[in-house]
Design a protein around this ligand. Structure first.
Ligand SMILES: [Zn+2]
Ligand SMILES: [Zn+2]
Ligand SMILES: [Zn+2]
Length: 360
């Protein structure tokens, strides 16, 4: 009998852990609180804040069912404990039943209380109310920014970092931390090196960054991300990023190459747009930045070498041109990239790093 109880307890513990911190396999199979309740929760993309207010409420209730669920299950697995007739059970089990019932009642009462006040007393709503006169107006502003495609997101859905044009947010099981970009600064706390992470086979570095707001009602919170995403984060954050502890951030190979590429291009001759020509269009690679490079054969005399003069008008930004170039190099030998050649993305004329000219 004892072994059955033990196996049941172990299995229940395992399931409980998977409910509380769903592993990747559970998430991809859709076995998470948010997936099972998706119709009630609504759309995260349209009503981000309401979605998370409801999701955290549901999480509080679902998690509060776990202790009493264990008791009910055990009462069937081990009838000799008399759990189905608690007045005859061991006093320790009576205490357990009492505690788990109180926990369930409190969690449900809290959920009912939040819902009956139209969520205004929920933790997330209270956080938002510190950012404006009405939390609903702040929520609407966040929803609008969340719908934009250019937001920065990182991490799995249960522990996600989201940075929009004016907000830094961290989604966790019971809460969403929200800080207004204008009010805060970021502080790099530490880095952890993992030789192999479970999401990639190559080594990874994770950074822990603290978000500190001058708004006294907003408690500082930490966000964690892969250092390969650090550049994207910095592009999105207007708030200052302080690295007071001099944490060494390992950049991805492409990022390191981009630095070298940028430095070489800075030494190359500039290209002057012909008189009367129209302003260059946005880069066709990223559609974000105005095209700012032109390929001009400068590496050797016009008739010599492998490179060919390209006659395309400026259509790319330097970063996209660099990524295009890097993708066409031997990925196993990054040390040869600087001396490599690549076809022009549009006309296929060969060029090298010496031929990339910034627009003057
Ligand atoms: Zn671009
Ligand atoms: Zn070309
Ligand atoms: Zn060349």
């Amino acid at each position: 009998m004892a072994s059955e109880e033990f196996i049941y307890s172990l299995a229940y513990l395992l399931i409980a852990v998977c409910v509380v911190v769903p592993p990747t396999e559970f998430r991809s199979a859709g076995l998470t609180v948010q997936n099972l309740l998706s119709t009630w929760l609504g759309s995260e993309d349209v009503y981000f804040i309401h979605y998370h207010i409801k999701r955290t409420t549901a999480t509080v209730v679902v998690h509060s069912l776990l202790p009493i669920g264990y008791y009910i299950g055990l009462s069937f697995v081990a009838p000799d404990l008399n759990l189905q007739t608690p007045w005859e059970a061991n006093s320790l089990w009576q205490l357990y039943l009492l505690a788990s019932t109180i926990y369930l009642i409190c969690a449900s009462a809290l959920a009912v209380y939040w819902k009956s006040h139209k969520w205004s007393c929920h933790r997330i709503a209270r956080t938002l109310s510190y950012h404006g006169t009405s939390w609903r107006a702040v929520a609407a502003a966040i929803d609008i920014e969340f719908r934009r495609i250019d937001k920065f997101t990182s991490g799995p859905s249960g522990a996600r970092v989201i940075i929009t044009d004016s907000w830094i947010m961290k989604v966790s099981a019971y809460n969403v931390n929200v800080a207004h970009q204008q009010d805060c600064h970021l502080n790099i706390l530490k880095s952890e090196d993992h030789s192999i992470s479970h999401e990639s086979s190559t080594g990874a570095q994770f950074l822990t960054i603290e978000v500190i707001s001058v708004n006294g009602n907003i408690k500082p919170f930490t966000i964690r991300l892969n250092s390969s995403e650090y550049r994207d984060l910095k592009d999105k954050v207007q708030a200052p990023v302080v690295n007071a502890r001099n944490v060494v951030i390992t950049q991805s190979l492409t990022d390191r190459f981009l630095d070298a590429f940028r430095e070489q291009v800075a030494h190359n001759p500039r290209y002057h747009l012909p008189e009367g020509s129209v302003e260059p269009d946005p880069c066709i690679g990223c559609m974000q930045i105005t095209s700012n490079v032109k390929l001009q054969k400068f590496c050797e005399d016009a008739s010599q070498g492998e490179c060919v003069q390209c006659y395309c008008r400026p259509m790319w930004c330097m970063e996209c041109m660099c990524k295009w170039f890097a993708n066409r190099q031997d990925q196993r030998q990054p040390e040869t990239w600087m001396s490599g050649k690549s076809p022009c993305p549009t006309c296929r004329s060969k060029f090298c790093v010496l031929d990339v000219c910034r627009l003057a």
